[in-house]
Design a protein around this ligand. Structure first.
Ligand SMILES: [Zn+2]
Length: 107
């Protein structure tokens, strides 16, 4: 088992070494490798485009919800409470309501 690793590892290192040297020496080879990398990156982006779109859409929605909740809370905080209490049953009712919505008596 270990013998296999001892054989494969140096070969692997040698291949990487040769590739690095070749890239350093030959600009043409370097260009080829670069374009291959660019292609691979492009392929990766194309493949995950839908995921990225979905994630960013989800994030946008989450942010929107958060902002809406915050805005609602701020609005609620700033707007004065336009409620009064029913003279008869003590329920909270709107200031301009003529009748109590709980007991129905005229205010
Ligand atoms: Zn009432």
């Amino acid at each position: 088992m270990f013998q296999v690793i001892f054989i494969i590892a140096p070969i692997f290192i040698a291949i990487i070494f040769i590739l690095v040297i070749a890239q350093l020496i030959s600009p043409k080879f370097r260009g080829k490798m670069m374009s291959r990398q660019v292609k691979a990156t492009k392929y990766m982006i194309d493949g995950s485009k839908e995921d990225i779109q979905r994630i960013s859409t989800d994030m946008a929605y989450a942010t929107k919800e958060g902002i809406e909740t915050t805005t609602r809370a701020i609005k609620k905080g700033f707007s004065e409470d336009k409620s009064i209490y029913c003279k008869y049953c003590g329920s909270k009712i709107d200031e301009d309501s003529k009748f109590c919505k709980i007991c129905g008596k005229e205010q």
